[in-house]
Design a protein around this ligand. Structure first.
Ligand code: CO
Length: 460
């Protein structure tokens, strides 16, 4: 059986190991070679790349996408989209979602992997429809998690719902890297029996399970897996592309990937990784195997956040208590998958419940918004007592929250005036107003300086 390989070094590998700090100058000269590798797709945009381009790298994310498209002539470009949150952290209006998706496809994206943290597919409906309309490949996500209510039947029902929405493929996404080989085998087998679409699997090396999980998934008929070139693999990233391709081949599963080209790509990225190690941005600890997540069943990232949060409050001795509190909070909030932003919300709430000595004495505005229904419907039932303690007399909303957001595009376009040179600029501004505007002003200034410089030269 043929297995599709998606290379993640430019997005998830980069994001998981070095907080998405790769500037395009660090990889532009290897892109032509990467196009020769025989990857099914290269995940290279979306997730945190959009934010960090503007915030830390002084790069226009749209420009980066167009540059990528210039080099990738044979390989599909793939992005990660957080449904109605796009590449940001809150819900945007439907008109913003439609325009963003259309522009992403126009500028070069082929596959849009679209997820919602709660698997509330009303939150990906507009994005999926717009992807299909724009001629892109819409991939719907099942955000995988462990909880008493997340049964195999439920995940299969999600797969069927995605199929009925018209997606072209399905990706099972294990953000925490805690899916075991048998769980993968059982779920992928069940999905392949129930839907006619290709099924992909995404996991992380965090706990060390990933290569075994991928192999069993492929044995169950999984159509493709996500891996990262060796020098950006392992730990919180994906397992190495080279090792998986090698092992799969030995087990009788073909890929279209060329090992000789992979060697060149890895040779290129090795010194890049070493520079990040030297500068301290890449912490050696994230490259290791961390099995605590298997004990506590919380993602590694959430665990390290809790540790640093408790440390800063001189309360590291409360870690065990907070970890005992976490599943209680999760149950009371209706078992949300522990993925951004839910993992942060649940973790902070559990910590506050323990540190303040009274449960739900203090509730973040995010948790309040979640209980109000602004993030969508909880997978399970939110505890009624907790709900009324948090909301008081307020009634939770039942429809999609996006329905209550007014169109944003035209007003922001007017506000920006001449500063916006394209619809893409307006979209950047809607997504990240505090950082996009300074970027656009800076770009304007740089352009003005270039013009003056050219004129002076001509006079000389
Ligand atoms: Co991931």
């Amino acid at each position: 059986m043929k297995v599709n390989i998606t290379e993640t070094v430019l997005r998830d590998g980069n994001q998981s190991l070095i907080a998405t700090r790769l500037p395009i100058s660090d990889f532009e000269s290897i892109l032509a070679e990467m196009d020769e590798a025989g990857y099914y797709s290269v995940e290279c945009w979306g997730g945190a790349t959009f934010d960090t381009c503007l915030r830390f790298l002084n790069e226009d994310p749209w420009e980066r996408l167009r540059t990528l498209k210039k080099y990738f002539k044979k390989t599909k470009l793939q992005m990660l989209l957080r449904g109605q949150n796009l590449v940001g952290y809150k819900h945007y209006s439907d008109d913003t979602v439609r325009r963003f998706v259309t522009k992403a496809v126009e500028n070069g994206i082929d596959i849009i992997r679209c997820f919602d943290a709660l698997n509330d597919y009303r939150n990906i409906k507009t994005a999926v429809e717009s992807t299909i309309k724009a001629g892109g490949h819409a991939q719907g996500v099942i955000a995988w998690t462990i909880s008493p209510i997340h049964t195999q039947e439920k995940f299969v029902a999600m797969g069927k719902e995605l199929e009925s929405m018209g997606v072209h493929s399905i990706a099972v996404k294990d953000m925490a890297g805690i899916m075991g080989p048998q769980e993968a085998f059982d779920l992928i087998s069940a999905l392949k029996k129930s839907v006619t679409l290709p099924v992909y699997l995404h996991t992380h090396s965090t706990t060390g399970l990933a290569p075994m999980t991928y192999l069993k998934a492929v044995e169950a008929g999984c159509d493709g897996i996500d891996t990262a070139i060796a020098s950006f693999s392992g730990g919180t990233s994906q397992p190495a592309t080279e090792s998986l391709v090698y092992a799969l081949k030995q087990c009788g599963h073909e890929t279209t990937v060329n090992m000789n080209v992979l060697k060149k790509i890895n040779d290129y990225f090795k010194p890049v990784r070493d520079r990040f190690l030297k500068s301290g941005i890449l912490e050696p600890v994230v490259l290791g195997t961390d099995t605590d997540a298997l004990v506590y069943q919380v993602p590694g990232g959430m665990l390290s956040n809790l540790v640093s949060q408790l440390k800063s409050q001189n309360a590291l001795d409360k870690l065990e208590a907070v970890l005992m509190e976490t599943p209680k909070v999760r149950e009371e909030l209706g078992w949300p998958p522990l993925v951004t932003p839910m993992s942060q919300m649940v973790g902070v709430q559990a910590a506050m419940n323990v540190l303040l000595g009274e449960r739900y004495k203090n509730v973040s505005k995010e948790v309040k918004a979640y209980v109000r229904g602004e993030y969508g419907t909880a997978p399970g039932t939110i505890d009624a007592t907790i709900q009324s303690k948090i909301l008081g007399d307020e009634q939770p909303i039942t429809g999609p929250f996006a329905d209550s957001i007014a169109p944003e595009f035209d007003s922001v376009k007017t506000e920006l005036g001449d500063l916006a040179k394209s619809d893409e600029d307006v979209l950047s501004q809607i997504l990240f107003p505090q950082i996009a505007e300074p970027y656009l002003r800076d770009r304007e200034e740089r352009r003005a300086n270039t013009v003056t410089y050219t004129i002076t030269r001509v006079k000389e």
